[in-house]
Design a protein around this ligand. Structure first.
Ligand code: PLP
Length: 446
């Protein structure tokens, strides 16, 4: 075991330390890659051989998403202490279902959960569930919302289901993230329950339009960080416009703006919402899969999710963990989150968020100077770039992906195609941005 784990760590470290020097992505022959993983054997294989075989088979298909010049999606690269903590979590092999199975995992989640609430500006009394990511966090938050608005209307949805239940409106921006719709499908609302609200030119929700659409039992979905523009909704005005609604905030990456004094004002009033979704594996730079769901009413969170109707322990507390997440048996995700927050400290988290925003602005400035059109006001870490017509913009995105200096994806926003840049990685430097912007402009000039 000792040699095997040491070798695994060595292979992982080799990959991580070489990330800045290799092409970010390479063309890959998927059929050959699959063939490299071989056939199911009859006979056992020694673990050390398995490890070498896996490393060899996977290598051609690894993408440098953890490296400093991957700007696609919203992707961080796990911090050193967080990576090491996740290695320990695998080695310790704890089941984070509850505090009986792993008191250590429970204590780490509770500690990291309260640190997260403090950094994100959320009520200290909120519950915190450590889920797989933004999708699961939105699903759990909206399940709690479903429970609460229907309970207020005299309906027990956990017992009686949705057939015959009072109608619930889900009021959400036309520019909501796709995970909201998937959560609504899974929760039995169906996507037709959505009453879409206009987005303003910057991508934030139009609160006047929102106010006009709240009616009866209502769930409002707000956004901290429009995935295209980075815009954050006006949480205080939305609360005033929807006093009796349940407000859920999808803050997969944007909620981190609260941890940085320079961007905190974007999230003014966010603490007035009822539930919040946030990711660890994006801007906090912890390993996949790691997300958080917070709920202002812990008892609603637990009544919605827990196995038992009686969710309270003898100590009068929500027992946490498996009572707050969709999974029963779980990897102990709290160790890596604790380690990331310990490594960075309050100042380090603020600096990481601030630096990414600064680098995004630098990216936008260099590209604009080079003739590109920047479509958004760069308030956070997201930049939308166009090179004129859609076909040209798409061709440049494809050329950038082939080139390998950096990686970014295309997106459609308001009917037009853009390159979308997200600066979310703790290792990205000004030199990485300059080199990437130069490559994009060079390819655009060809
Ligand atoms: C990434 C993202 C999600 C989904 O998060 P996952 O962790 O990928 O499940 C949801 N909402 C927003 C705004 C996002 O950026």
């Amino acid at each position: 075991m000792r040699d095997l784990l040491a070798r695994a760590a060595e292979l992982a470290a080799e990959h991580r330390t070489g990330l800045g020097d290799r092409p970010v992505a390479r063309p890959v022959d998927l059929a050959a890659l699959r063939a490299g993983f071989g056939q199911l054997r009859d006979e056992p294989t020694p673990p050390a051989t398995v490890l070498e075989e896996l490393a060899r088979a996977a290598e051609p298909g690894l993408v440098a998403t953890a490296g400093p010049r991957f700007f696609g999606f919203v992707i961080g690269g796990a911090l050193p202490a967080a990576t090491a903590a996740d290695v320990l979590a695998a080695g310790w092999d704890q089941n984070a279902f509850n505090a009986v199975l792993s008191p250590a995992a429970a204590a780490a989640e509770e500690t990291a959960g309260s640190w997260l609430k403090e950094l994100l500006g959320l009520p200290a009394t909120a519950s915190a569930g450590f889920v797989t990511g933004g999708q699961a966090a939105n699903t759990v938050g909206l399940a709690a919302a479903r429970h609460h608005v229907l309970a207020e209307a005299g309906w027990d949805v956990e017992r009686d289901g949705l057939a015959g239940a009072p109608r619930v409106r889900v009021v959400a921006s036309e520019e909501r993230h796709a995970t909201i719709d998937r959560a609504l499908r899974l929760l039995g609302f169906g996507t037709r329950a959505v009453v879409p609200v206009r987005a303003k030119p910057d991508g934030a929700i139009d609160v006047d339009d929102l106010a006009a659409k709240v009616d009866g039992p209502t769930i409002v979905c707000l956004q901290a960080g429009n995935v295209n523009t980075g815009a954050c909704d006006d949480f205080r005005a939305a609360r005033a416009a929807a006093k009796n609604a349940w407000i859920h905030v999808d803050g997969a990456f944007g909620l981190w703006a609260a941890a940085n004094p320079a961007t905190r004002a974007l999230l003014d009033g966010v603490e007035l919402a009822d539930s919040w979704a946030c990711d660890g594996h994006k801007w906090l730079n912890v390993p996949y899969d790691s997300g958080f769901v917070f709920c202002s009413r812990p008892e609603v969170h637990a009544e919605t999710i827990a196995y038992r109707a009686a969710y309270l322990t003898g100590a009068g507390e929500v027992s946490g963990m498996g009572d707050l997440t969709l999974e029963s048996s779980r990897r102990a995700r709290g160790f890596a989150v604790w380690a990331a927050l310990r490594e960075l400290g309050r100042d380090g988290v603020a600096e990481l968020v601030d630096r990414c925003c600064r680098l995004a602005r630098r990216f936008a400035r260099i590209l604009a100077e080079g003739g590109a059109e920047i479509a958004n006001d760069v308030v956070l870490n997201q930049v939308l770039v166009s090179f004129g017509d859609d076909a040209r913009t798409d061709a440049i995105a494809a050329a950038v992906q082939r080139d390998g200096t950096c990686w970014l994806g295309g997106t459609t926003w308001r009917g037009r195609r853009y390159l979308r840049i997200s600066v979310s990685n703790w290792t990205t430097t000004e030199a990485d941005v300059d080199r990437s912007a130069a490559a994009i402009l060079r390819l655009a000039g060809q």
